[in-house]
Every structure is written in C-alpha cells, then in structure tokens.
Design a protein around this ligand. Structure first.
Ligand SMILES: [Zn+2]
Length: 88
C-alpha cells in the first residue's frame, strides 16, 4: 500500500482517499489509473491533476479489453464493498 501525499476525494461520497492499493508492489497511481472508493465502492479515474473523476463508459471498455484480470478484481472489490455497506 502506498500512502498518498496529497489527498483526493471520491466524487460520490466525498470521503478522502489517502492510500492506494495496487496490483503491483509499490506502484503509485498516475493520471489514468483506476481507483475504487473503499467507502462507497464507486470506480473512479485519476485525472491529470491527480483528482478523482468518474470513470467513463469508454474507459470501462478499455480496461475490460486490455486489463481483464484487473477489471475482474475491481468488480469483485466493488461487489464486496456493496455487500459490506448493505450489512452495516
Ligand atoms: Zn466514495
């Protein structure tokens, strides 16, 4: 897990994002990196200023096509967060 020096916020629930987990060790997010909010489960993308914005349909298609394993992991995490939030 990498601790982010500047906090970004989820555009849906407005909670701060202060850490980043990656599928690769010590990888830091960069513009275009996909992120999932641990609070609400919304999938976002880092923009050029490293702020989060909602992922577009075209970006979803690209991630599904070129990074199918990572996309399945993101969707599994999203589902887990949704289930956790329903139980709480
Ligand atoms: Zn959120």
């Amino acid at each position: 897990m990498v601790t982010l020096t500047e906090k970004s916020h989820c555009k849906v629930c407005l909670k701060p994002l202060d850490a980043h987990l990656s599928t690769k060790p010590n990888e830091t997010p960069e513009p275009g990196s996909v992120s999932i909010c641990n609070y609400c489960g919304k999938i976002s993308v880092f923009d050029k200023e490293m702020n989060l914005r909602p992922i577009t349909d075209e970006e979803i298609k690209n991630v599904e096509k070129y990074h199918p394993v990572q996309w399945r992991m993101i969707k599994a995490i999203e589902k887990g967060i949704m289930i956790r939030n329903k139980l709480n």
